[in-house]
Design a protein around this ligand. Structure first.
Ligand code: AMP
Length: 281
């Protein structure tokens, strides 16, 4: 049977998932209608399905691997292995209460009603801490549950927190830190095909966090600059054709570049180039 990878067909994780797979070198077409799309250059099919259904489809063996959210794996994903964190779709599953509520932390929610679209994760969180809450399971519009008197608190996904603010709510604790993730069945983690997909997606994800940095520097500045950019192992240092000068190459964290570049320039670096890294293992 053809190896299949389940991909979100709409919603927040759809577009970044497709971009990730293309960056990993898979060639395929996305159409509005097709559920199953063959990959042109690899013996694999993509199953475009709802993000929320993906944990179950992988558990049941309908798909071999899938891209979904950590929150959904916790909610629906019995028997699933989380293989690679994919670096997008970041959000938190939080407990929140109306601004005027005296509640300060999740421990204060004992004996109260908590509305959520994540009932399994919510029950698991509170029962692990022996906090007795009454979980009200809703499919959507969780953020208005306290306003209409359905619950005293909610458990919902937030990324910026603006939806909470707009609805007069305040977070009192985080149940799950989530992002998009590659999953397989636990029994398949070590299979060759799962490992191929995992390696490809890990390489792209790691490359996105890094940049290849090259610069020229006078010999006198070499050690100061090396201290500033240690690289994966150690930076590569090569003599330039002009005596007394070296080229220094290194792989650096993308997130730190904005601090690093002025420091490198101040230390005597010249001709500084920053290049993207497609894949990194
Ligand atoms: P969708 O409802 O199809 O747009 O996707 C929902 C999934 O996107 C969730 O299960 C999370 O894994 C992820 N996600 C990322 N940020 C948020 C957010 N602010 N609200 C809800 N889901 C989010």
């Amino acid at each position: 049977m053809t190896f299949s990878l389940a991909v979100p067909n709409k919603g927040r994780l759809q577009e970044p998932s497709v971009r990730l797979l293309r960056d990993a070198g898979l060639s395929f077409e996305v159409t509005d209608r097709a559920l199953s799309v063959p990959v042109r250059n690899v013996d694999m099919e993509l199953l475009f399905v709802r993000t929320e259904d993906i944990p179950e489809l992988v558990s049941d063996g309908v798909a071999d691997v899938g891209i979904t959210g950590i929150d959904l794996v916790e909610e629906h994903g019995n028997g699933l292995a989380s293989i690679v964190e994919l670096g997008f779709g970041h959000c938190r599953l939080v407990a929140a209460v109306p601004n005027a509520s005296p509640i300060e932390k999740t421990e204060d929610l004992g004996g109260l009603r908590v509305a959520t679209a994540h009932p399994n994760s919510t029950k698991a969180y509170f029962s692990e801490r022996s906090i007795d809450v009454d979980v009200v399971s809703l499919r959507g519009s969780v953020e208005v549950a306290t306003k209409i008197g359905v619950a005293d608190a909610i458990v919902d996904l937030v990324s910026t927190g603006s939806t909470l603010r707009v609805n007069g709510l305040r977070a009192v604790g985080t149940l799950i830190e989530s992002q998009a993730i590659l999953v397989s069945r636990k029994t398949e983690v070590d299979s060759v095909r799962v490992n191929q997909v995992a390696t490809a997606l890990r390489a792209v994800t790691a490359g996105r966090r890094k940049r290849y940095l090259l610069l020229n520097a006078p010999l006198a500045a070499e050690s100061t600059i090396i201290d500033l950019m240690p690289g994966l192992e150690a930076p590569t240092v090569m003599p330039l054709a002009e005596e007394g000068w070296v080229a220094i190459h290194s792989v650096v964290d993308a997130a730190h570049l904005w601090e690093l570049l002025p420091q490198l320039e101040a230390a005597g670096g010249e001709g500084i180039l920053v290049l993207p890294i497609e894949q990194l293992l």
